[in-house]
Design a protein around this ligand. Structure first.
Ligand code: AMP
Length: 454
């Protein structure tokens, strides 16, 4: 079995991995790390849960450690772009965890908090900067950040950044980077626009891929409950009460619907919290921490907010609403059944959603068994209209669906990329990922100040 040491990573890094109980590299790490260590560009096709963060973070840390020098003022040596605040925070956490025995500095540049702290954090320059594209550009335009010294660029979850309308921001950012750099692009899917972006931004890249998106769902026990739209709430409450749903992630189509679900669950005595783009960053952090620590067993989320959630031990994913884009179904249910664990995915499907269900079944190439029928309407047949036309459900119109599902409205905080937070300063000791999170949760304000000032 190949070990992290065999891959040629520095001992200071393999020691940190041992402390995290990482026994061996995952397939995406096995493929990516040697290529990245040789400084080649990489296109990685991998979704969350595969260990892709370490696949790019470890070689970057190795390079930074083997060529230690201070980052120039208002600048960074490695830039990681990610679609959401949560994911960005988790990526920086990972860098800190893996780099705990290195003297590596980092900063986070995301929407949702004031900009001044970020400006201060960048003043002296940092080794690793993790950012959402909108706020990063704001800082560049405000002369708080220069990008001409970037040596390593990572685009994480590139397909999501495309979905969220960040493609122009990314082009602008890349146009400000030096041509001489190493670039890694990770994406769960490879739509044409991403392939085209990659062909412009990467030089002679090596492509690595792990299990195609549709086959990662094999381990997860999936089923569908046909319901009337009006009885979805009752069905959800019954489901969460009946099953050993120790940690359930419930997806709704809209932020409003997420709030309504939480209200109905609370009224029924099921403790839950919502996480979506209208919630303040503090609110989102608290909901996530409560869910992660088991204080709240049910988290209700929209797709965009859920994108960065990296919580182990999710026993159930419930689709309160079926997604309009079939790939989204795979992303959602992949939140359970991680790291070899069993998982259950239940979809509540009303008569209007049957066409969406058929599209999903076509994508995953199997039919999802129905159980606990609660609908007065029989499920619609698999009609020729649906057969063989992946992604073409009859209703609502495709343009409408795209607009509603994929792009946050103008003025949406994620679209505009609001403000910053944590800053880590490598002191050769570092704390564990759990300690880091605990500390941030306990005293977020003090922590940020300490980090930014440290
Ligand atoms: P990611 O796909 O980067 O979001 O990683 C998914 C989860 O796998 C995270 O909780 C990581 O801490 C964990 N992980 C990553 N690499 C390994 C590994 N080699 N061994 C065990 N766990 C890992």
């Amino acid at each position: 079995m190949t070990s992290f040491h065999d891959l040629g990573l520095a001992e200071t890094i393999t020691r940190a991995l041992a402390a995290e109980n990482y026994a061996a590299p995952t397939p995406i790490q096995l493929q990516t790390i040697p290529v990245a260590l040789s400084r080649r560009d990489v296109i990685g096709i991998a979704q969350t849960g595969t260990g892709k963060t370490a696949a790019f973070a470890l070689p970057i840390l190795h390079h930074l450690a083997s060529d230690p020098r201070p980052a120039p003022r208002k600048s960074c040596r490695a830039l990681v772009l990610s679609p959401t605040r949560e994911l960005s925070g988790q990526i920086l956490d990972s860098f800190q965890t893996y780099g705990r025995y290195l003297k590596v500095t980092g900063a986070l540049v995301i929407g949702g908090v004031p900009m001044e702290r970020q400006v201060r954090a960048l003043l002296g320059g940092v080794d690793v900067l993790v950012a959402t594209p909108g706020r990063l550009l704001d800082l560049v335009h405000g002369n708080a950040l220069k990008l001409q010294d970037v040596e390593f660029l990572v685009l994480d979850e590139a397909d999501r950044m495309l979905d969220m309308g960040f493609i122009h921001d990314i082009r602008k950012i890349v146009s400000k980077l030096p041509a001489q750099r190493q670039t890694m692009l990770f994406s769960a899917t490879m739509p044409n626009a991403i392939a085209e972006l990659a062909s412009r931004m990467l030089r002679d890249p090596v492509q690595v891929a792990v299990t195609p998106v549709a086959s990662t769902v094999e381990r997860i026990a999936q089923r569908v409950i046909h319901v009337d739209a009006a009885t979805k709430h009752t069905a959800l409450i019954d489901l969460l009460r009946d099953e050993a749903a120790d940690r359930a992630l419930v997806f709704t189509r809209t932020k409003h619907r997420a709030d309504v679900v939480v209200r109905r669950l609370t009224a029924a005595g099921v403790a839950s919290a919502a996480i979506h783009g209208n919630k303040s960053q503090n609110n989102r952090d608290r909901a996530l921490a409560d869910f992660r620590d088991g204080r709240v067993r049910t988290l209700v989320a929209t797709d965009i907010a859920a994108r960065g959630i990296d919580v182990d031990g999710i026993t159930h994913v419930v689709n309160f609403d079926l997604p309009h884009v079939p790939d989204t179904y795979v992303h959602r249910i992949g939140r359970t059944g991680r790291a070899g664990a069993d998982g259950t995915a239940v979809s509540l499907c009303d008569a209007d959603e049957v066409a969406l269900l058929r599209d999903i079944e076509k994508l995953i190439r199997k039919s999802i068994p129905a159980s606990g029928q609660r609908s007065s309407h029989p499920p619609a047949r698999h009609t020729p209209e649906h057969a063989g036309h992946r992604g073409r459900p009859s209703q609502p119109s495709r343009a409408k669906r795209k607009g509603r599902d994929r792009r946050p409205a103008a003025g949406h905080p994620q679209q505009n990329g609001i403000a910053a937070v944590a800053f880590l300063k490598g002191d050769g000791k570092g704390d564990s990922r759990q300690q880091f999170r605990r500390r941030r949760r306990r005293k977020p304000a003090q922590f940020d100040r300490a980090q930014a000032g440290g």
